[in-house]
Design a binder for this molecule. Structure first.
Ligand code: ADP
Ligand code: MG
Length: 484
């Protein structure tokens, strides 16, 4: 399959060639033709499979004809975070360089002056986070009645972040005759409902199973005692053919201390976390992209949407508290068809966390045996998580408490077994996402964020201040107004 077979214009094919893509990814190959035919579409494919270009490319050709009008964007792309929004903008720049298209980016944490100016003189593409868009809409600064193409990108992440009500409102402001595209890594029931309501006779494309079906990533877990983690990490960094690595830790302090320790041991390490201001973070990310450092120690704020090419390794210095974070973290490697390796450190205290990860990803992660160790044992499921662990991650109150769940079914007496089977769904099913409060807030990292109570969940209006700050690329057209 070739890009030239998909019906794209010659100008676009040229831009794609310049970008260095030789072949469309499966989602691109399947999505581009129906999008060009102006069909509604649901595209389900795991992280890192090239969903962005599967809508950006055909959109450029669709928008090549038609006129811009003041205050009325011709198309709208909704993204859950500003990093992702900026990456999409970057894609438009890259592929749209042979076209006369104007865009505006409405995201939190960025001065809006120039973007509003652009909007008022007319744009072909508006890329926005739902919260910021709603604010502007409510202030009458924007009209959506001329918007004939809508993309809801990363829909499952939107759900995680409590953006579905905003998206419903936005959808109802757009003309009903529009074309609507929805992309997601997974298709939870709420997203299915959203699609049923706002898409018309959509073409449904699903490429590979969601979550971690990315076979380009070789995953391992490493059983390790807390106090040995740094040593084991250094060992792996030295012996596992690491060219570039992102090392994830659960806490900002760990990120800082670990980066410092790695540097002291002679590694070229940088760090990215929520306590750094945006210019510092950007500078650090750039050093990593340029190769000035080849190891980036990061907290989860950097995990989502971070697109750095050719990361050979991801290390989870801490088992992530929430299984979804695991998928997003390891998704930083094995991108665009390259292969990658992901190591997850598991201490005895992480038994429950790793268990949840394996439930989500649908299989046991193979244990990696360090060369100089006698067969380390994977932490046994039976081990009770320590009390402090739960308190530390009080963020996770919404998860089914471990105490309520049957432990070691094989040992329960038969009456108890009946009871435990009745309760089984509690254990097997992940709580429906809409019932979970946006998780990262409670991590204490993002508490300053503006929140609004909405039924039984809180939600955030946008990715405002410091903590979920910018760590993606800066599109050129933003160079003045962004990141002041
Ligand atoms: P998704 O939205 O599915 O998570 P992205 O659109 O962010 O994935 O793409 C993931 C990575 O794959 C990016 O680095 C992108 O540049 C790269 N990529 C996209 N399309 C291709 C292609 N056809 N060939 C090679 N790499 C690609
Ligand atoms: Mg994407």
């Amino acid at each position: 399959m070739n890009f030239a077979d998909l019906g794209l214009s010659d100008e676009l094919l040229q831009a794609v060639e310049t970008a260095g893509y030789s072949e469309p990814t499966p989602i691109q190959a399947q999505a581009i033709p129906p999008v060009l035919m102006m069909k509604d579409l649901i595209g389900i494919a795991q992280t890192g499979t090239g969903k962005t270009a599967s809508f950006v490319l055909p959109m450029i050709d669709i928008l090549a004809h038609g006129r811009r009008r003041a205050l009325m964007p011709r198309s709208l792309i909704l993204e859950p975070t500003r990093e992702l929004a900026a990456q999409v903008a970057e894609n438009f720049e890259k592929y749209g360089k042979n076209h006369d298209l104007k865009m505006a980016l409405l995201i939190g944490g960025v001065q809006m002056g120039d973007q509003l100016k652009a909007l008022s003189s007319g744009v072909d593409v508006l890329i926005a986070t739902p919260g910021r868009l709603m604010d502007l809409f409510e202030r009458g600064k924007i009209m959506l009645t001329g918007c004939e193409l809508l993309v809801i990108d990363e829909a499952d992440r939107m759900l995680d972040m409590g953006f579905i009500p905003d998206i419903e409102t936005i959808c109802s402001k757009l003309p009903t005759t529009r074309q609507t595209l929805l992309f997601s890594a997974t298709m939870p029931p709420v997203i299915k409902k959203l699609a049923d309501r706002f898409l018309t006779n959509p073409k449904y494309i699903e490429v590979a199973r969601p979550a971690t079906a990315n076979t380009n990533i070789v995953q391992h877990k490493v059983a390790v005692q807390s106090r040995k983690k740094r040593e084991v990490l250094r060992d792996l960094l030295r012996t596992d053919n690491v060219s570039t690595a992102i090392v994830f830790a659960n806490r900002k302090t760990t990120v800082r201390e670990l980066a410092k320790s790695l540097k002291q041991h002679g590694f070229a390490a940088g760090e990215i976390h929520g306590d750094m201001d945006q210019p510092a973070r950007l500078a650090e990310l750039q050093r990593f992209k340029d190769g000035a450092v080849n190891i980036l120690v990061a907290s989860d704020v950097a995990a989502r949407g971070l697109d750095v090419k050719g990361v050979s390794h991801v290390f989870n210095f801490d088992t992530p508290w929430h299984p979804d974070d695991y998928v997003h973290r390891i998704g930083r490697t094995g991108r665009g068809g390259a292969s990658g390796r992901a190591f997850t450190f598991v201490t005895p205290e992480d038994a429950e966390a790793i268990d949840n990860v394996e439930k989500l990803t649908g299989g046991k992660i193979p244990v990696y045996q360090m060369a100089d160790e006698e067969a380390p044992e994977a932490p046994a499921r039976e081990e009770k998580p320590r009390r402090e662990k739960r308190e530390r991650s009080s963020a996770r109150e919404e998860r089914p408490a471990r105490e309520e769940r049957p432990v070691r079914e094989e040992r329960v007496a038969s009456e108890e077994r009946v009871a435990s089977e009745e309760r089984a769904p509690v254990r097997e099913e992940r709580p429906a996402r809409e019932d979970r409060a946006p998780r990262r807030e409670s991590r204490g990292e993002e508490q300053r964020r503006e929140r609004r109570s909405d039924g039984n969940r809180s939600r955030r209006r946008d990715q405002e201040p410091a903590d979920d700050g910018w760590n993606g690329p800066i599109p050129e057209f933003l160079h003045v107004s962004a990141l002041a």
